[in-house]
Write a protein that binds this ligand. Structure first.
Ligand SMILES: [Fe+2]
Length: 226
């Protein structure tokens, strides 16, 4: 090595030594600062027991809401048939609204001093919503699964809202009633109407006993009441 090169090598190692503190310290592990299920109480004028009960309830609701949210995305991607376009858009809209609820529920758990569930494995172990298959299903099956998931969430949210009120946790009650229940009820209406079996083009003439022809074999009119 020429004297010139050895000088350059020296300056490189000096540079490296000088950046030691600026390098990321990777692959670290450590003790948890709060174990799951324990409350790190904040000064919100609520008893620790009340916070623990609300956090536990909300984690169940969170797992079910995250599952419903993800089912909306699955159906958004996999929907098929002549209603593809509108359902593709509607499922994604509902996914976005459920995602907002997920964040509200999770952050309420944290402010109660609890720990929100977050990872897919923990959600899969906790949710009470039936797991759909990986494959694609028909629209009526997709919507039936969504309606069942909504109803499960509505039932538990109403029970939890009552418990929260009785315990004096008005904030949790408000989240459950104003956001979770109202959003889920509205979404149920928007998807349930797709399972009402009405004709698309030609009106259903009704049962034959109530009808008579008016001379035109293809046209039907209701009998007059006498
Ligand atoms: Fe998309």
């Amino acid at each position: 090595m020429s004297p010139k090169n050895s000088k350059r090598g020296e300056s490189y190692s000096q540079l490296e030594a000088g950046t030691k503190r600026a390098k990321p310290v990777q692959h670290q592990r450590g003790a948890e600062i709060q174990p799951y299920g324990k409350i790190a109480k904040l000064p919100i004028a609520l008893d620790e027991k009340v916070c623990a009960e609300s956090a536990e309830n909300l984690n169940q609701l969170l797992a079910d809401t995250m599952t419903l949210r993800d089912m909306y995305k699955k159906h958004h991607w996999q929907v098929a048939g002549h209603t593809f376009y509108q359902l593709h858009l509607l499922f994604d809209k509902h996914h976005g609204e459920q995602d907002e609820l997920v964040d509200e529920i999770a952050e309420r758990i944290q402010l109660l001093g609890g720990i929100s569930l977050a990872m897919a494995g923990d959600i899969a172990e906790t949710t009470m919503i039936e797991r759909p298959p990986r494959g694609r299903e028909e629209v009526p099956v997709q919507i039936s699964r969504l309606l069942e998931a909504h109803e499960l969430i509505l039932k538990e949210a109403r029970t939890m809202a009552k418990q929260a009120t009785e315990a004096g946790d008005d904030g949790t009650n408000d989240l459950l009633v104003s956001d979770v229940i109202r959003t889920n009820e509205l979404q149920v209406w928007f998807i349930a109407e797709h399972l009402v079996d009405v004709p698309v083009v030609r009106a259903d003439p009704g049962p034959p006993s109530q009808l008579e022809t008016d001379g035109h074999p293809e046209q039907f009119t209701l009998k007059r009441q006498r």
